[in-house]
Ligand binder design. Structure first.
Ligand code: BV8
Ligand code: ZN
Length: 288
């Protein structure tokens, strides 16, 4: 039965040496980014899970690009929220020196919206800009499902990838986000008018990891999970593997798991701590 006691959680936090956080769509809800499931779910007419696959892109690149253009536009208007900022400032050595001396902390996010990277810029008093080059705090951030603003060439011979926050990414997608939000993007855009690789002109794709594609940084993540003595699970339904399996792996070797979610999520009854509520409220309290 998980504890809901914040004081005993903070005692554990202060004595932990290798801390990881696994984050999901609930982390960005307060920034206006819809989750994949539930009432605020992404797209009423189409299921996000069925669109985020290589097969969907092969069959209908126009529809998939409209879906990702919509998400790019939502993310471009979004700002990091207090939960992003609490995780980002906890990743700063000077903050951790106060809370959990000589510990390590890595945020492993399933989100592709770029808000955690912008939060790590913001807490270092820079503007929450869109930044491609990871700096040293960003190595404390692993975006395991890729990034909305990475755009990748589909030609195996080329494979050029660029960080591209242009809005709209191409003329043919301009304004389609309104139809998407209404869930009725039916008009097909000719493939030649979809985003093209700036190097070779081949069709480009969003630089995210689709279902059945292998997530990024798996080896680094597996090592971090093996060493972790504390795992925070933030705003995820914990239904998607391999991310959903990390918390129980930490517990199997004696580590502690603390779940922060608005409602019950898979496996939270086995957690050591469970804090039900909006993470934009619970996380700043827990890490503050
Ligand atoms: C893979 C990028 C092969 C694209 C995404 C076992 C092992 C390995 C794989 C599998 C396996 N079993 C099945 C599989 C296949 C599949 C899978 O897990 N399917 C599930 C459905 C059973 N897995 C895959 O395909 C993976 N890849 O298998 O590769 C492989 C793997 C390992 C080794 C070798 C080979 C997955 C690939 C990644 C897919 N791409 N995103 C895009 O974004 O468009 S996944 C995407 O969906 C998200 O990134 C995220 O990961 C997932 C959605 O999950 P959540 O983030 O949890 O969001 P959700 O809406 O579900 O929940 C939101 C939560 O927030 C809720 O709990 C809610 O209560 C909470 N919440 C809401 N508001 C708040 C809040 N909490 C706190 N505060 C709030 N305010
Ligand atoms: Zn190319």
């Amino acid at each position: 039965m998980p504890s809901h006691d914040m004081n005993s959680f903070q005692t554990v936090l202060r004595s932990s040496k290798h801390i990881i956080a696994i984050a999901g769509a609930g982390l960005s809800v307060a920034s206006g980014i819809p989750t994949f499931r539930g009432a605020g779910g992404l797209w009423r007419k189409y299921d996000a899970m069925s669109l985020a696959t290589p097969g969907s892109f092969r069959r209908d690149p126009s529809l998939v690009w409209q879906f990702y253009h919509y998400r790019r536009e939502v993310a471009l208007k979004a700002m990091p929220n207090p939960a992003h900022l609490a995780l980002a400032s906890f990743s700063l050595p000077q903050t951790r020196a106060l809370i959990a001396p000589d510990s390590t902390f890595t945020l492993i996010t399933q989100n592709v919206d770029g808000l955690s990277a912008r939060a790590s810029q913001q807490v270092q008093s820079a503007q929450p800009q869109f930044l491609d080059v990871p700096d040293d705090t960003q190595t404390k951030l692993l975006e395991m499902h890729g990034r909305l603003f990475d755009v990748r060439c589909t030609s195996a011979k080329c494979g050029h990838t660029e960080f591209n926050t242009t809005s709209p990414i191409c003329a043919s997608l301009a304004g389609t986000e309104l139809a998407i939000a209404a869930g009725d993007a039916d008009h097909a855009i000719p493939v030649v008018d979809l985003p093209r690789c700036s190097e070779c002109g081949a069709l480009a794709r969003p630089g995210v990891v689709w279902f059945e594609e292998v997530p990024l940084h798996l080896d680094v993540i597996e090592n971090l999970v093996d060493q972790a003595d504390l795992c925070l699970v933030v705003g995820t339904s914990s239904t998607l593997y391999p991310a959903a399996g990390y918390a129980s792996e930490v517990q199997e070797h004696g580590g502690t798991v603390a779940v922060f979610n608005l409602e019950h999520s898979a496996g939270d009854e086995e957690a050591d701590f469970l804090f039900l509520g909006p993470c934009e409220e619970t996380l700043p309290k827990a890490l503050g």
